[in-house]
Design a binder for this molecule. Structure first.
Ligand SMILES: Nc1ncnc2c1ncn2[C@@H]1O[C@H](COP(=O)(O)OP(=O)(O)OP(=O)(O)O)[C@@H](O)[C@H]1O
Ligand SMILES: [Mg+2]
Length: 331
């Protein structure tokens, strides 16, 4: 069960707690094998603090390996944090069992095929959460499944089909139906369109937006591609080597990015780059080894503006002029 008492008292103005709040959330892995890496710690997520108000879409972007999925897994209770706290509607999720958590938070992952049982019909797959939680009679469950399939734009006949008979886009619609059938308040989308053809991507993104309005959902929307989150996110957080380096409204991030890394990501999003999952962000040298991050500002070896101070001191994530937060000595 989630802790029953909210730790955040609503403010005098009656303001509700955030749908999701992360407080200095960290996760490190101890690397087990390899002569040079043995016993070394890899800080996949470091002191991430973030607030997502109810009904908003927070985009979380950054290159492959920066810690996005590790963060998502902590929110879903699939891995436990090394330090820090996750609050859902003001209540800490630590100690909550996965079943209880599943009523509040649901994931939509990149590859629906691997998470859909190939031997079950779509109706069984989408209705499974209702059966697990014992919600409704079999007849009511079937009605709710049919309604959900319709809402995600699948034809009625899909209920009797198997995942292998559907297209990639249709399978992602099934995964969305299954995620939403329990009416969760919060949905963690981890690269939900990255495996899809570009033409299908836009359809799924629009569907996610429509469903957000229909159900009053809050999304944490993870992507390595700023362009994908552009028309979806209210706010964006940019991650680099496990840390948030910039956070702000969509207008701030796209209109006046302050961190040199955000600017580089934006430049790459504007360059068409067919068929590649990982953008060439045009920063010369590649991403550093996350188990041996650079000193000071971890971005300094790739930063076109870096000064001596950047190598020595890590900038903290401070409130920035005009709103948002940025971690850069030169911003
Ligand atoms: N179980 C694990 N053991 C050791 N290291 C791990 C483990 N899981 C993730 N990592 C490492 O943590 C870092 C962050 O990985 P994560 O999968 O969270 O990145 P990501 O941002 O989701 O990347 P992508 O865009 O490729 O999905 C990577 O360096 C990864 O190798
Ligand atoms: Mg990932």
């Amino acid at each position: 069960m989630l802790a029953t008492e909210p730790t955040q008292v609503p403010s005098a103005g009656g303001e509700q707690p955030c749908a999701l709040e992360l407080r200095a959330l960290s996760k490190s892995f101890t690397l087990g094998s390899g002569l040079l890496r043995k016993g070394r710690k890899l800080h996949a997520v470091s002191e991430v603090s973030l607030r997502v108000p109810r009904g908003q879409v927070m985009g979380l972007v950054g290159e492959s390996g920066c810690g996005k999925s590790t963060l998502a897994k902590m929110l879903l209770g699939l891995t436990s944090p090394t330090a820090g706290e996750v609050l859902v509607d003001g209540r800490p999720i630590a100690g909550a069992n996965q079943k209880a958590l599943a009523r509040h938070i649901q994931p939509i992952f990149q590859d629906p095929y691997s998470s859909l049982n190939p031997r079950q019909r779509i109706a069984q797959i989408v209705g499974l959460p209702l059966r697990v939680h014992g919600i409704g009679s079999p007849k009511e469950q079937a009605a709710r499944v049919a309604e959900m399939l319709d809402l995600v734009g699948l034809p009625g006949r899909a209920a009797r089909q198997y995942p292998g008979q559907l297209s990639g886009g249709q399978r992602q619609r099934v995964a969305i139906a299954r995620a939403l059938i329990m009416r969760p308040a919060l949905v963690i989308c981890d690269e939900p369109t990255s495996a899809l053809d570009v033409s299908v991507q836009a359809q799924i993104l629009n569907l996610l937006l429509d469903l957000k309005e229909a159900f009053g959902l809050t999304y944490l929307f993870i992507s390595h591609d700023l362009a994908v989150v552009e028309h979806l996110a209210d706010r964006l957080a940019v991650m680099y080597l496990g840390r948030i380096v910039e956070e702000g409204s969509r207008e701030q991030i796209f209109g006046a990015p302050r961190h040199p890394y955000t600017r580089a990501l934006l430049a790459s999003a504007l360059t068409p780059e067919p068929g590649l999952g990982v953008p060439d962000i045009g920063l010369g040298c590649g991403q550093p080894d996350p188990s041996a991050p650079p000193s000071g500002c971890a971005f300094h070896p790739r930063c076109p503006l870096a000064e001596a101070n950047c190598e020595r001191h890590r900038p903290s994530l401070n409130d920035a002029e005009g709103g948002g937060r940025v971690a850069c000595h030169l911003a």
